[in-house]
Design a protein around this ligand. Sequence first.
Ligand SMILES: [Fe+2]
Length: 226
Amino acid sequence: MTPTNETPCTSSVPAPLGPRDREPDCTLDALTLQLAPLLKDGAGRRGGGSAKVAALLREYAGAEDSWRRYVNYRDDTYSRNLIWRCGDFELLILCWNEGQASPIHDHSGQQCWMAVLDGELEEVHFPDLGESGHGAPPVPGRIKAFPQGGVAFIDDDIALHLVRPKAGQQGVSLHLYSSPIDTCRVFCPESGVPTAICAGYHTVRGEPAEGVDPELIRAAWSGSKG
Ligand SMILES: [Fe+2]
């Protein structure tokens, strides 16, 4: 996942935003229908499903611009904007302002694909830091740039990572998590010490969701079918 630790886990706002609240979106809804059989019951982990998933995301990123209605740049943090969620996967659009970056984080044992919709994003790998960190700043490993249309994949067997836009640029990316990731660990950039965080949403299908308990949103989507 790509978490933001700015989003609270609890709120008094009783306003779940579920699939019935969403406006139809032909191309993104079509993408979710194409992804569903590839990710059903963890199928993306077997039989080359991951390559097919990446191909679908690459095709969407290269041909469609329906994502633009969900662009949501913020000054305080990059934004997490929910597009679709079901038992097998979750699809989000993340918007990165110049100079913003995710924390170093893991992926809670799940798979994550990232397709660049706009701008150029950088992914920085870090080795596993264990349960307590190493007491020193984590040492970056591979740094790779992904241009518009590029697709990255990561899971916990590959590395920890952080994501950021190229210096001086904004960026927009489409993130697919299978299964959905509700909590993960972020790692202190000074000590490597991990902290468990709860992932939240700034918008749901374009509707403001800041301050809404993410568990209410997840519950509202719990019956949705891939
Ligand atoms: Fe991530």
